[in-house]
Each structure stands twice: as C-alpha cells, then as structure tokens.
Design a protein around this ligand. Structure first.
Ligand code: ZN
Length: 422
C-alpha cells in the first residue's frame, strides 16, 4: 500500500516529520539511532562573519518493520538543503567518473543498446553519466533542476532544468519519444515523494525499457559504520530487498543487482516491467546476504552501539593527542564531515582547520555548525601539524599516499569505522 501521508517539506522553508514509512506507509516506525540536531551541510558561513542564528534539524534514523526500509525521521525543504550555490558536481570525482563509464559499458552490453536508443538521466547533475552514452552515439536527455544542469547543457548534453514529475514525464515522452533506459544515480534517495518519481520514470520508459538506479547501500553503511553519510538530503537508505519492494509496487521487476564502490559503497539495480528480462542469480544472492525482519532489528541495534562506541573512541584518541600538546587538523570537507564533526562534537579548539584542495568553493568558509575554518591545502604542508584526521576516510587509500608524496610528515588518522593511525 502506498503511504497515505507523504512528508512534504518542499515549499515550507522548514521541515516536516516522517510519520509513516515513505515506501509502504506503515506506522509507527522504530527508532534506530539519533545523531542529535544537525545544521544543513551545505550552508557554510564565510570566515569572519559574525555568528548568527542558524536552523538545526533533528537527525534520526528510523526503521520500517514492514518493508525493512531505513529512513530519516525528518524531511527538510530542498531549498534549505540545496541552496542555489550548491557546489556538488559529479565530474570532479575520479571514482564517480570511472563508475559512470562502467555503467555505460555494462548496460550497453547487457541490454544491447544501439544508436537508435534514448537514455534519460534523472538528476543528471553536470552530465558526467550521460556524456558516456553520448560519446557512444546514443541519444541522451538530462533532467536536472539545479544550476549544475547548465554545465551539462554547455557540454552539449540536452538538459531539462525542471523537477521530474508526471507532467514533465509526459512532456518528455511526447517530445523525445519513450526511453530505452532511464538512470537515476545517487538521487533516488533524495526525493520526497518517491512513488511520484517512480511513476514518472515508468511513464518515460518504452515497453521493454530498463530503469537503473544507483543508491548508497544500507548494508555497506551498517558494516563500515558510515553513520556520517546520514544527513538531511538522504531520506532513504536502501537494501536490495527494500528497493525491490518499492519497485514491485510499480510492477517493475528487479533483474540484476550488484555492489559498486561509489560513495563508500553503493548498489546498482536494474529493473524492467515484469517478465521482460530473465532474473539474474545476483538478485537472490544479494538479498539472501541481507538481514531481514528480526535479524535486521538486531543488526540495527548493534549498529547503534558501535556508532556510540566509535564516537567515544575517536574522542579518547583526540583527547590523548591534545593532552600531549598536539596540533590536529582535518583533511577535506565533504558533506559527511559535517555529520561526523557535529555528532562527535569537534570544534575549532580541537581541530585547528580543515584543508580542501585548491579551487574548492568551501575554502574561506566555516564547517557547518562550527567555527572551524576551511583553508587551502597548502597550509597543511607549510604548518606541518602533528596529525590530520581524514574526513573523507572512505577514499583514504587514494588520499594518504598523495598527502605524503606532497610532503606532509605528520600522522594521518582515519576516524571510521575504527579510529586509527595510518
Ligand atoms: Zn515500509
């Protein structure tokens, strides 16, 4: 059953609590973990500006016992979460570029796509995903409501700068014809009314068309303690089973699923109208490896305990360093750094500053909710602080050798899943 009440925060300028499961409507939802109140991760105050009042939103994870979806307990107006200056572009991360090239290669082979086929990307960002299909000679269309869509248009990727809804879907189908493939990468968890989006996607698909979604993976999040990826733009945390449940409500059958490395662990899931494709063994394999029902409840309880312990361990490690007079800084300021810093309670007395690579729009601002300044990475090599905490720890293997080869001589620390010195 679809939810009777959808938590719609869009247009409120504020937030609305999630009172029933966003997918199946079940209520009440069970508490998993509270990270306390958090500032919006993309509202960063310029250095030197007098502190003013800012919104802080409760950040709670809830679990649906009926469909096993893990979800945020609060929907915040997208205007608050994605301000117009929202700096996120997928093309700047090598891992994401490689992943989208892989997606194009894999899907073209598996679905035998050819030059007559049309590919639509929902939440197409700067057009990085679609550029792979365009270069292969396919017809492409992006749907991206934010200004980042202009970058895609300039690159020659036709982009509709609107929110996807039933009307836009009908218009797209009328003007461009139905799509052989619709993709949604890392935006499928962000949209308030997920059923309306799936309806719109089904509307745009031709009868044998395929929908591929990529989402951050709940099981990976639990296994590697990535509570720091919990922030208000991520409304839902899917397992393959909960995603399958959602898509089946729209008569879509999941026929292939696999893990991919994006964002510290994601899933790529293929779906089509029932009976179009034979279902790969991968679907059963992935679902049978996931906890369900009571096993999921137990898994979430141990996750909560481990998150709390990880906070205390990190604080204890930093406390020992500080007792010995160490200077500690941070490396990189992704959105997830805001959750970690605010949940653990780090401030400018503990972390002197956070470094970003030259050109980052975050330089010259404070980390959300704190007075920790974000500075150019050059400062790290000039100051040589005693240690640096890598906030984008999920790519520490890539970052650490770079920092060392550029001349950093201090200790490097990864805060999660267990705080440790590299
Ligand atoms: Zn549910």
């Amino acid at each position: 059953m679809r939810p009777k009440k959808i938590a719609r925060a869009a247009g409120t300028g504020a937030s609305v609590p999630v009172e029933c499961c966003q997918v199946c409507g079940h209520a009440p939802l069970d508490d998993v973990l509270s990270l306390g109140y958090m500032p919006p991760v993309n509202q960063m105050v310029p250095i030197g500006q007098v502190p003013r009042q800012q919104p802080w939103f409760p950040t709670e994870l809830l679990h649906c016992r009926n469909c096993d979806l893990v979800q945020l307990g609060l929907a915040v107006d997208p205007v608050v979460i994605f301000p117009p200056e929202y700096p996120y572009t997928s093309g700047t991360t090598k891992l994401l570029r490689d992943n989208f090239a892989d997606l194009q290669h894999e899907s073209t082979t598996m679905l035998s796509l050819s030059k007559e086929d049309m590919v639509i990307d929902v939440g197409s960002n700067d057009g990085t995903l679609l550029s792979n299909f365009k270069n292969a000679g396919l017809r492409v269309l992006g749907i991206e409501p934010t200004d980042v869509g202009d970058i895609a248009s300039e690159r020659g990727i036709p982009t509709i700068k609107r929110y996807l809804g039933p009307e836009v879907a009908r218009e797209v189908k009328r003007e461009h014809g139905p799509a052989s493939l619709v993709t949604a990468a890392n935006c499928f968890a962000h949209i308030e009314d997920v059923h309306a989006i799936v309806d719109a996607i089904v509307e745009m698909l031709k009868p044998g068309g395929v929908f591929i979604s990529e989402s951050h993976y709940l099981i990976g999040l639990l296994d590697t303690l990535q509570y720091d990826t919990v922030y208000h733009e991520h409304l839902r945390y899917y397992s393959v089973a909960s995603l399958k449940h959602l898509l089946e409500m729209h008569d879509l059958e999941v026929f292939h699923a696999r893990s991919i490395p994006s964002h510290g662990g994601s899933i790529r899931v293929y779906a089509a109208r029932r009976g179009t494709y034979s279902v790969h063994e991968t679907v059963r394999q992935m679902i049978s490896a996931e906890p369900h029902g009571e096993a999921m409840v137990k898994r979430l309880i141990s996750f909560r305990r481990d998150v709390v312990l990880s906070k205390l361990r990190l604080l204890s490690m930093l406390s020992n360093l500080k007792e010995n007079g160490a200077h500690i800084v941070g490396i990189s300021a992704p959105s997830r750094a805001s959750t970690l810093i605010n949940y653990v309670g780090l401030d400018e007395g503990i972390i002197d500053y956070v470094c970003e690579v030259p050109g980052s729009l975050k330089i010259g601002k404070y980390m959300p909710g704190t007075r920790i300044p974000v500075v150019d990475e050059a400062r790290l090599f000039a100051d040589q602080p005693d240690c640096a905490v890598i906030f984008s720890w999920h790519i520490a293997d890539e970052l650490a050798p770079k920092l060392k080869s550029k001349g950093f001589r201090g200790q490097l620390i990864t805060p999660l899943p267990v705080p440790r010195v590299l």
